[in-house]
Design a protein around this ligand. Structure first.
Ligand SMILES: [Zn+2]
Length: 124
């Protein structure tokens, strides 16, 4: 799953995972109070703190993804013809996962024949 989608989608996925992780820990912490009584409160406290950190991390990831997406390049994917966003010089299409690059010298590393044809040799 990881590394095979576009960077923006991957950031969103990580943000979602952190949110679910944080919420899960807080629910477990609350359950600790219900089932273990006094002893459970210690576990609940620890779980709540870790859960809060995970939630804050997810907010950070979402915020970072938002900042990055404002600097992303919007282009039309040559493979599926849809508008996609790119981060950096190489990224994947958000829809068809095709590898895309803005740097012609990096196109040779990719197994996409269409990209290879776009390489322009500088004149001597
Ligand atoms: Zn595409």
């Amino acid at each position: 799953m990881f590394g095979k989608s576009s960077k923006i989608n991957e950031f969103r996925l990580w943000g979602l995972l952190f949110t679910l992780f944080g919420m899960g820990l807080m629910i477990l912490g609350t359950a600790g109070i219900v089932f273990w009584g006094q002893a459970g409160k210690v576990f609940a406290g620890i779980f709540m703190v870790i859960g809060m950190i995970a939630m804050l991390a997810s907010v950070g990831v979402y915020f970072w993804a938002g900042m990055l997406s404002t600097s992303a390049v919007i282009l039309v994917c040559p493979e599926c013809g849809r508008h996609t966003k790119m981060l950096g010089k190489t990224d994947r299409c958000m829809y068809c996962k095709t590898k895309l690059t803005l740097d012609p010298s990096q196109a040779t590393d990719l197994d996409d024949t269409e990209e290879k044809e776009e390489i322009t040799q500088p004149q001597a």
